[in-house]
Design a protein. Sequence first.
Length: 257
Amino acid sequence: MSIARIKAGSFCFFVMAAIALTSCRSHSDFPSNQSHALKDFRKVRLNHGVALLFEDEGHLASHHPMIEQEVRRTIEVVAAKWDIGRLSIRVFASQTNVIPEIGLNGYTPSATEIRLFIHPTFQSLDDSIETHLFPLLAHEMHHARRTRLVGYGSTLLEAVVSEGLADHFSMEVAGVEPPVWSVSVQGETLDHWIFKASEAWLEPGYRHAEWFYGTHPDIPRWTGYAIGFALVDRYLQTHPHQSASQLVGAFASAFVP
């Protein structure tokens, strides 16, 4: 599970696996490219044109071997699906830019960069890295590939589909169960919100935080992720020979019920 944060028009937002639990933040809330000058900056060249950059100022030093192991494992699996191309994976220590339940988070600002945020004092951090980093990074790598091909999108429909595809991809390559946010809204409640969302599918000015993070009092937390997951799931059920990896460049309109 992960979250990519993208700026489109006059609004900005996170997209996930995840799944930020705070409202959208400005770019100033995230480490800038200038962090490469950090004294404890460490760069590791991996296969398939991927560079792993530890920019955690030493706060995650004891976890570097496990993080590197999980990143290597993920890129080898993803590389079997498509040509990854040039990609930088930057690792930061953060107590705020993480999913509170797992102490990790992801952000994909472009097709060539992924940022991973890890809470250095999160309880059972090794277990969380071992369990969640692979699917989280896979989710972000799907965003990076989709951004390269068709873009993440600027409408509600495009956003939910991008998230739904990324979550299904993490399941496809990591062999995990549906992420908790993707099935957080179900049954009649989900059908209700799919209908409500369909009324604003193509509006570029939709409020991402309200649909995805629960900042609106009437919209359940993670509704956008659940909608996207359901749309993609229904598509895959009627197209059983296709997969989220194959659909990485599909237009969002293909998933409209």
